[in-house]
Design a protein around this ligand. Structure first.
Ligand SMILES: Nc1ncnc2c1ncn2[C@@H]1O[C@H](COP(=O)(O)OP(=O)(O)O)[C@@H](O)[C@H]1O
Ligand SMILES: [Mg+2]
Length: 269
């Protein structure tokens, strides 16, 4: 099971769009996926049609409730969700006097007797408070969506430093699985320049896949469908499928070639 926190303290960088659509693309590729919405705004939950369902997750974080009590099924095969709600904005206060409150979700996930998922994706809020810390403590990997705009690069160094601190103090096996350029518009020179800068400054850390600017991605939440269902052929759907393949890795994306049963006609020559 791979647990990936989707993190960037900057709002509007593409976290929710990535969490929702990567989850669907992974499920489409035959993976079992759990999407955890840790943002009190609940945008990922709303996208899948869950409104104000976050009480269960709030209770998992602040009471004795078990992890499994918050899991819901989505309309997509093999995709489960733990929805959020505005209640989550009170978690910080509720946990103010708790010891090791950053490890609550990690411990509760570990306590699950059966973990049927190949991927657990966590959509984080645009703050590095207790909710994001729970995500970073629970995850083995971090995916950092970055808007392909020069202003978006400023906070990136700070974010990577914070991730490193969490790794040192809370979660030694945490790795950055990729910085993901989002909203890339190849028609503008600026977008290409930012891409080049990203690849030069964070060598080896930037995903090969990029997510292009695509209006269909902005429309899809209104239809309560991930992009792979809303418009299966659009650039956005293709880009998130590519990202899913990149994360799954080359060895698993293609089934092994069957061994030919009949002898080759050349054998008798
Ligand atoms: N590739 C894209 N093309 C077009 N619009 C996008 C794309 N990615 C994100 N958006 C839009 O940008 C806004 C912010 O994206 P979102 O995923 O909600 O960011 P975050 O979760 O980091 O705040 C949303 O309105 C979303 O529809
Ligand atoms: Mg968001």
């Amino acid at each position: 099971m791979r647990t990936i926190a989707i993190v960037n303290q900057k709002g509007g960088s593409g976290k929710t769009t990535t969490a929702v659509n990567l989850a669907a693309a992974l499920a489409e590729a035959g993976k079992k996926v759990l999407l955890i919405d840790l943002d009190p705004q609940g945008s990922a939950s709303l996208w899948y049609g869950f409104k104000d369902k976050g009480k269960a997750l709030y209770n998992v974080l602040t009471e004795d409730d078990k992890f499994e009590s918050a899991i819901e099924k989505t309309d997509i095969n093999d995709l489960h969700i733990i929805p959020a709600s505005v209640l989550l904005s009170g978690v910080e206060k509720a946990l103010a006097n708790e010891v090791a409150s950053e490890s609550i979700l990690k411990n509760k996930l570990e306590a699950l007797p059966v973990k049927p998922w190949d991927f657990v994706l966590i959509d984080c809020p645009p703050t590095l408070g207790i909710l994001s810390l729970n995500a970073l403590t629970m995850a083995k990997e971090v995916l950092v969506p970055v808007e392909a705009h020069v202003m978006a690069l400023h906070g990136l160094v700070q974010l990577l430093r914070t991730i490193n601190l969490v790794k040192q103090r809370l979660n030694p096996t945490l790795e950055i699985s990729g910085i993901l350029p989002c909203r890339v518009d190849y028609r503008t020179k600026h977008s290409q320049e930012v891409l080049d800068q990203l690849r030069a400054r964070f060598e080896g850390k930037v995903c090969t896949s990029v997510i292009r600017e695509n209006i269909r991605l902005a429309e899809a939440p209104l239809h309560l469908k991930p992009i792979t269902s809303y418009d299966t052929h659009c650039n956005g759907a293709q880009d998130y499928r590519k990202l899913a393949k990149e994360l799954i890795g080359p060895s698993e994306t293609k089934p092994a070639e069957p061994i030919p049963a009949a002898p080759s006609p050349l054998d008798s020559v």
